[in-house]
Write a protein that binds this ligand. Structure first.
Ligand code: TPP
Ligand code: MG
Length: 566
């Protein structure tokens, strides 16, 4: 057994079953060892960062990391965007980065050199380099401890190619457990005292609740105490959005994609109970809320991060919610009665939100209103049996605000680093994780241009996804003269950014996907129906819809500045 085979054996013991990457001579031994994992699924990608995105999507659905392989040097460097993105969103990914030689001295212009530890160290959960066979078990144990941490992220292990083929040792590895730390009971009691005393509390739930698998406890607590639930974009679906206590995404006190109901409840609240939420700075706008804050997080670094909480509770979301439930059950009967009017108020505001946005959802305009595409598609698929990924830019806003997600993995929201081009890789990873689900990928024309070649990966590796490609280039160009600016916008570059009027769907067709181009709003539905049948039949379909460039952040409908940034 060589070192690479020892590493492969440890990955097998850990139950890993998904590998993705791009090959190179320096990866020969490790890829051979990973390929031997029984029952593994492999995705051979066209670009390394897409392989990371695929492993990221896989992990969001299963909780288990996928394994990325690349060549040394440029191949390993090309994984950066994906690693950075997964690090931002705290998603576990295991990346084996080849290094040419155990004793390589960097900076000597050797072939394919990259100081892996220096490059990836600051943007990963943990990065290290193996130099001796005696380190393998210890390093891999530490790697899995990090990968199974409550708040995780990518782990990068530099593997010198000469080390990979040295004699390994029979491994003593046993599976590393996923720990769920409980909170100090006194903190739980203090939190519950605030919750019981509050008149207008609501739960603001982040991705920590999803990675902890806390949906059942969350629902039970919300129902027991009649607590409305808003989620962050990254946690969309962790509480079913069709539930009468769901506010959808947003809140606190004004997140980028807030629904009307989330924003209103946030503005009126006297207590916010934040669970597993990292408080990305840019997503939380407006003044500091005057409401009290209870903050629950498994990461001590996340507690009191934005401003001091009134009660901060250190512990894993699932465990702490169960602790809160235990305490809550002994509250006076009066407090456990359903609180009058809460569900009705949510329903009234939700109806108001749909009334406000219906003109966009049902628009008959051309170029097509992108919200209409979301509306048509949402009526065609079973939300319990589908997974949606979205890309950066307008595309995110067009899908996330009206797609009602009914299961914790039904919508994979992302966006701390917001790496454009994530959605296609993530969709393929999600499909590998849940082959019986329909996976839908929402992507814009610019994001498609960044990673579109990997449509071929989905075709060749038989990982069928439905790609909804919103192409607003022509309308962006047409609107250029009247654009006032906004984050990231530059009038001089606009003409070259959106020029050319390329038929992007034709690129997908050339790569082997079934493709349609839609310009008439009435043609959206039949085109999507055909595409869904294609995907059900095992082939990747791309529906390119020629859309208008419309605001994707809807603040203007809620009476404040909306913004149109990217
Ligand atoms: C790797 C990377 N490069 C650049 C950006 C900045 N950015 C975010 S969205 C966007 C444009 C997206 O355009 P498109 O995919 O066509 O979607 P649209 O906004 O038109 O719906 C850019 C350049 C980014 N987030 N990530
Ligand atoms: Mg675009």
């Amino acid at each position: 057994m060589n070192v690479a085979e020892q590493i492969g054996e440890i990955c097998r013991i850990e139950g890993l079953r998904f590998i993705a990457g791009v090959m190179g001579g320096s990866a020969t031994h490790i890829v051979r060892a990973l390929d031997a994992i029984p029952g593994r699924t492999a995705l051979y990608c066209r670009q390394e960062r897409v392989a990371v995105d695929a492993c990221d999507g896989f992990a969001r659905v299963t909780g288990d990391p996928g394994i990325v392989f690349t060549d040394a040097g440029p191949g390993a460097a090309n994984a950066m965007v994906g690693i950075l993105n997964s690090w931002g969103d705290s998603v576990p990914v295991l990346f084996f980065a080849p290094i040419q030689d155990r004793f390589e001295v960097f900076g000597q212009r050797f072939t394919k050199e990259l100081p892996v530890v220096d490059v990836y160290g600051p943007v990963s959960q943990w990065t290290t380099k193996l130099v001796d066979p005696s380190q393998v078990d210890m390093v891999m144990r530490n790697a899995f401890t990090q990968l199974r941490a409550a708040r995780s992220g990518p782990v990068v292990i530099g593997i010198p190619r000469d080390l990979a083929r040295l004699e390994g040792r029979p491994t003593t590895h046993t599976r590393v457990p996923r720990h769920r730390a409980a909170a100090d009971p006194r903190d739980v009691e203090r939190a519950l005292a605030l919750i019981a005393a509050a008149e207008r509390p609501y739960l603001y739930v982040g991705a920590g609740a999803r990675s902890s698998g806390a949906s059942a406890e969350l629902r039970e607590l919300a129902e027991l105490l009649t607590l409305p639930v808003a989620t962050t974009l990254n946690a969309k679906g962790v509480f079913p959005e069709t539930h009468p206590l769901s506010l959808g995404i947003g809140g606190f006190p004004r997140a980028t994609y807030s629904t009307l109901q989330a924003e209103k409840f946030a503005a009126e609240a006297d207590l916010i109970i934040a669970i597993g939420c990292g408080f990305k700075r840019d997503a939380v706008k407006g003044p500091t809320p005057t409401a009290k804050l209870v903050q629950v997080d498994a990461d001590p670094g996340a507690l009191d991060h934005l401003y001091p909480a009134d009660v901060s509770v250190l512990g894993d979301a699932k465990t702490v919610l169960a602790q809160l439930l235990d305490c809550a059950r002994s509250l006076p009967k009066e407090r456990l009665k359903e609180r009058a009017g809460v569900k009705q108020r949510i329903k009234t505001l939700k109806d108001e939100w749909w009334t406000l946005t219906r003109p966009m959802l049902t628009s008959t305009a051309t170029p097509i209103d992108p919200f209409r595409v979301t509306w048509e598609l949402s009526q065609l698929v079973d939300h319990d049996r589908s997974i949606v990924t979205h890309d950066a830019g307008g595309t995110r806003g067009y899908i996330c605000q009206h797609w009602e997600t009914t299961s914790p993995t039904g919508f994979l929201g992302y966006g701390v680093q917001s790496a454009m081009g994530w959605a296609i890789g993530a969709a393929m990873g999600a499909k590998a994780a849940a082959p019986d689900k329909t996976v839908i990928c929402y992507v814009g024309d610019e994001a498609f241009c960044e990673v579109g070649m990997d449509i071929e990966t989905s075709v060749v590796c038989e990982t069928p996804i439905l790609v909804v490609l919103l192409n607003n280039r022509a309308d962006s160009l047409a609107q250029l003269k009247t654009m006032k600016g906004g984050r990231g916008f530059n009038p001089t570059l606009g003409t070259v950014r959106w020029g050319g009027n390329g038929r992007l769907g034709d690129v997908a067709k050339a790569l082997g996907a079934e493709t349609e181009r839609v310009e008439d709003p009435e043609a959206i539905k039949p085109a999507l129906q055909r595409a869904l049948r294609t995907v059900d039949g095992g082939r990747t379909a791309v529906v390119e819809v020629i859309t208008a460039r419309t605001p994707h952040i809807l603040g203007h409908l809620l009476g404040h500045e909306g913004g149109s940034g990217e």
